[in-house]
Write a protein that binds this ligand. Structure first.
Ligand SMILES: CC(C)(COP(=O)(O)OP(=O)(O)OC[C@H]1O[C@@H](n2cnc3c(N)ncnc32)[C@H](O)[C@@H]1OP(=O)(O)O)[C@@H](O)C(=O)NCCC(=O)NCCS
Length: 186
């Protein structure tokens, strides 16, 4: 479990299925994921089971994400293996998906910063990638804000959509700017 100023990132629970399925039935949320199709409740149940298996097998995965203040489930942020893009394997991807009524408050970036610290600091990864479809400006902006670098443009063979791959290495992360405002020497 990780916590940030406004979020709790944790393993999945059975009661996450309802709000997760609601989010994945929203065409606005799913627009830039795979072929852009929405998911059924059954597909979401299978997805949650797969997220939990990944946690058990690898020791990292997608965190169910809730608001610290209310405990409300709002989506996920976390790490996965981008098997849909074989040309960049082996690699570990950071990704995010939040309910539309939570967008544009900086929550995905806040969660992603904690996940990058987890990936490099706790899991010992040497490199993390992130992939967005061309047109998904919000995800691209998050990658920039995280200090990631553009790595390549390619096509997702599973849906033939153009994608852009970004990366951050462990040494980039070690040399990152301190986040809190530092006192300036006079
Ligand atoms: C992508 C997503 C997680 C972003 O969540 P969020 O909490 O709104 O993100 P943040 O507020 O932390 O940051 C978004 C940044 O993108 C900017 N942004 C938002 N929409 C944008 C757009 N259409 N084009 C360009 N920039 C955009 C925001 O202004 C913000 O940047 P800023 O802090 O410099 O102003 C959310 O939109 C989402 O769940 N989308 C659907 C699922 C998805 O596409 N997942 C990613 C697949 S790669």
């Amino acid at each position: 479990m990780l916590s940030t100023e406004r979020l709790v990132l944790r393993r999945w629970r059975p009661e996450d299925l309802g709000p997760f399925a609601e989010m994945c039935a929203d065409p606005e949320v799913m627009r830039w994921i795979g072929n852009g199709g929405v998911r059924t409740r059954g597909e979401c149940a299978n997805a949650i089971a797969a997220f939990e298996r990944a946690w058990d097998d690898r020791g990292f995965g997608l965190f169910a994400t809730e608001l610290q203040a209310s405990g409300r489930f709002i989506g996920f942020v976390g790490l996965s293996i981008p098997a849909f893009l074989p040309e960049i394997l082996p690699s570990v991807e950071i990704g995010w998906r939040l309910a539309a009524n939570q967008w544009r408050k900086g929550l995905a970036t806040e969660g992603a910063r904690a996940v990058i610290d987890f990936g490099f600091g706790r899991i010992g990864l040497t490199r993390i990638v992130s992939i967005h479809q061309v047109g998904n400006g919000a995800s691209e902006r998050i990658m920039e804000k995280l200090g990631m670098r553009f790595e390549r443009a390619t096509v997702d063979p599973s849906c033939s959509r153009p994608v852009r791959v970004w990366e951050i290495t462990r040494s980039d992360w070690e040399q990152r700017e301190p986040r809190a405002t530092q006192p300036t020497a006079l």
